[in-house]
Design a protein around this ligand. Sequence first.
Ligand code: FES
Ligand code: FES
Length: 162
Amino acid sequence: MTAVRQITVSVNGQTFERAVDPRLALVDFLRDQLGLTGTHIGCEQGVCGACTVLVDGTSVLSCLMLAVQADGSEVSTVEGLASGLELHPLQEAFWEKQGLQCGFCTPGMLMRAKEILDHDPDPTSETVREAIAGNLCRCTGYQFIVESILDAAERIRVGSNA
Ligand code: FES
Ligand code: FES
């Protein structure tokens, strides 16, 4: 039997202390222990990007990271994007520009997009396409996703200059 480990993780600004199995994947910790089911599980092999979250501001595939590896870190998931009832500009742009169809890839895509815009507020479409290459979408053909991310970048730039 494996001994449980005590971890302390901040998720979307809220601190959680939990005893976890050292083999527990971060995505399972978020979904099963914290009830944050917005982060999706696709391949569980690091291929699809559906499980993308930010750990200390950097995107990670939470199916490949252990919950114990996030001990002491700040994790951001799709549930933390909106401010109350106010959607994040990325969510608004995906909604208005039809950056999703079935929505399965969307939480991971949004978190990856947030990382892109946090580092580059005015990316080119080529930059965006390259950056989301690890997030698979089987519905949209990617064009509307790229347009949504570029639109969100503009919304954020306009908002920060207002
Ligand atoms: Fe993690 Fe597919 S579920 S990369
Ligand atoms: Fe269906 Fe991307 S919207 S997988």
